[in-house]
Design a protein around this ligand. Structure first.
Ligand code: OXD
Ligand code: MN
Length: 589
């Protein structure tokens, strides 16, 4: 077998496993990815020759490439995602479960000989900055060059990972085989007890970039539970005041609630001297530090973001981030090889090639870009990337924010009374489904801590772990809930959102630093008029502010019944503290 790539591999456990998998998949060549520029160029050229990538207009988009996925393979597939623990109870009622040995037999059967005539790329990668207490080493074996070039941006890839590993054997093993990209043979399987991931039959982002959802959330949440730390579906940002004081915030919002926008927030002109810095836009790993505060790192090194809706008004920092060295997946193409998507400009170009490769005009009924079309960009492209994103010590978290998309019921912001109440608030997050997702539009889906599709073990045990973390913290972060999406009786958004969310962050930081006042409500603490900066907010009236905080008892009756549905599913493992919190909420209301 021909061997390519430049890595210096001395770890016997790694080579033995790669050899075993190569014997199974039977590739013609093995390529150890070193992460170098020359390697990237060689793989890109190969990708252009074989049609996997299209080179975009290099004058407009230097270093940018385009990829189309199979139309049957455009999103994460929760129905094909499994947690294979010894017992079904460990995976819990919200995960698909299969016995590990049986599932491995099936998957190795599918993988056997599947790389004949192809190259197996070995991707050594790091999740987390080198030298951090939580940083993990993974190896992904894949027959997809799309995966190689994405992992190259999303992780710290190449020799750096082998150096970090040394001769340890606690690395994550990840096998990815595209097969014939047939949904009938699509499985994304996690074996947390063996630190193993096997993904077959897909070539799309979240299913196949194994460092992200599979390792950094599902496997990591399982390990965090065992080892006393937390892997969360949270963005991380820093807010710097004009005096140079920095506060760090982690926020969990379900998909389609603007996580990347919040992580890259541009403060409005009114906030002179204030700065927001991004640390991460999707995942946080957090542990109790020696000083009793909760510390966090972003394990990723890039962004895999939803493109539609991104523009110079909604997220200028994202627009700058994706203006170079970016891979675009499933957006639309212009005749001069520029990219377009719904929401990029008010007027669409007169003619496009859509995400399926067909001619498109504004009269077309279908969307030009897939609603889940994506950009992949290195975090170093981000003009507001915090230097701390590379810090192995992580950053101390002052506030944890939960949120969702709710037209009614939920106020703009409230602060939980204490940690236990905050855990209840996170456990009952609900978000209205958008047109892009399967299911009834406007229907509220419960998504505890925005982790429902990503928790690698029993959700009831996960809640218990959250409650227990409090005992290991002397200075726990305060917990908040936000909702940017409340509408008035005409269906219009009341709050302007985007950059103006800085006003909410300012109140949150004021609370954490003991500077901002509040009034008590049945839900938690909310800002009074005098606690909240509404200056220079055009067309926003004091009455609107009151509307944002209205608590309607009838809506709350419905809300509490709807929260109960998830709790009933989890009942056998549900911590009693959460049932108690529910009772307290009912009595306060
Ligand atoms: C993502 C997701 O892709 O949450 O980040 O689905
Ligand atoms: Mn996500």
């Amino acid at each position: 077998m021909q061997k390519l790539g430049e890595c210096n591999v001395t770890n016997g456990a790694v080579t033995a496993w790669v050899e075993e998998m190569a014997k199974l998949c039977q590739p013609d060549r093995i390529w150890w990815c070193d992460g170098s520029e020359e390697e990237k160029e060689a793989i890109l050229q190969d990708g252009i020759r074989t049609g996997v990538f299209i080179k975009l207009n290099q004058k407009k988009l230097p270093g940018c490439y385009y990829h189309r996925s199979n139309p049957n393979d455009v999103a994460r597939v929760e129905q094909c995602t499994y947690i294979c623990t010894e017992t079904e109870e460990e995976a819990g009622p919200t995960n698909n479960w299969a016995p590990p040995e049986e599932m491995k037999r099936r998957l190795y059967g599918l993988a056997r000989g599947s790389m004949r005539g192809r190259t197996m790329y070995v991707i050594p990668y790091l999740m987390g900055p080198p030298g951090s207490p939580l940083t993990m080493v993974g190896f992904e074996l894949t027959d997809s060059i799309y995966v190689v070039l994405n992992m190259r941006m999303m992780t710290r890839m190449g020799q750096i990972a082998l150096d970090e590993l040394g001769d340890r054997t606690d690395f994550n093993r990840g096998l990815h085989c595209m097969l014939d990209v047939n949904p009938e043979r699509r499985y994304i399987c996690h074996f947390p007890q063996e630190n193993l991931i096997i993904s077959v039959g897909s070539a799309y982002g979240g299913n196949v970039l194994l460092g992200k959802k599979c390792l950094a959330l599902r496997i990591a949440s399982y390990l965090g539970h065992k080892q006393g730390w937390m892997a969360e579906h949270m963005l991380l940002l820093a807010v710097e005041s004009p005096e140079g004081e920095k506060s760090y915030i982690a926020a969990a919002l379900p998909s389609a609630c603007g996580k990347t926008n919040l992580a890259m927030l541009c403060p409005p002109d009114h906030f002179k001297g204030w700065k927001v810095w991004t640390i991460g836009d999707d995942i946080a790993w957090m542990w109790p530090g020696e000083d009793g505060r909760l510390y966090a790192i972003n394990p990723e090194a890039g962004y895999f973001g939803v493109v539609p809706g991104t523009n110079w008004q909604t997220n200028p920092n994202a627009m700058k981030t994706i203006s170079r060295n970016t891979i675009y997946t499933n957006v639309a193409l212009t005749s001069d090889l520029d990219v377009w998507w719904e929401g990029k400009t008010e007027e669409p170009p007169p003619e496009l090639i859509d995400w399926k490769g067909e001619r498109w005009t504004p009269a077309s009924k279908e969307r030009a870009a897939h609603p889940n079309s994506r950009f992949t960009a290195p975090m170093t492209n981000n003009p507001i990337l915090a230097p701390e994103a590379d810090s192995p010590q992580g950053v101390p978290i002052s506030a944890i924010i939960f949120g969702g998309r709710r037209a009614k019921t939920m106020p703009l912001v409230f602060e939980a009374f204490n940690w236990q109440h905050g855990v209840f608030v996170g456990a009952t997050i609900g978000s209205e489904m958008t047109a892009a997702a399967a299911g009834g539009k406007g229907q509220v889906r419960r998504d505890p801590m925005a982790m429902l599709p990503f928790c690698g073990y029993n959700m009831g045990h996960y809640f218990r772990h959250w409650l227990n973390m409090r005992k290991r913290l002397i200075h726990p972060p305060r917990i908040f809930h936000v909702n940017w999406f409340r509408r008035d009786e005409n269906g219009n958004f009341i709050w302007p959102g985007f950059g103006e969310n800085m006003r909410v962050l300012q109140w949150i930081i004021g609370r954490c630093r003991g500077r901002a006042g509040a009034r008590e409500t049945p839900l938690g603490w909310v800002p009074r008029d005098e606690d909240f900066d509404l200056e220079e907010l055009d067309n926003f009236r004091r009455e609107d502010f009151e509307l944002l905080f209205e608590i309607d008892p009838k809506e709350w009756q419905r809300e509490i019944v709807s929260q109960e549905e998830l709790f009933l599913r989890l009942y056998p493992q549900l911590p009693k503290e959460l049932i108690f919190q529910r009772e307290l909420l009912i009595s306060r209301l």
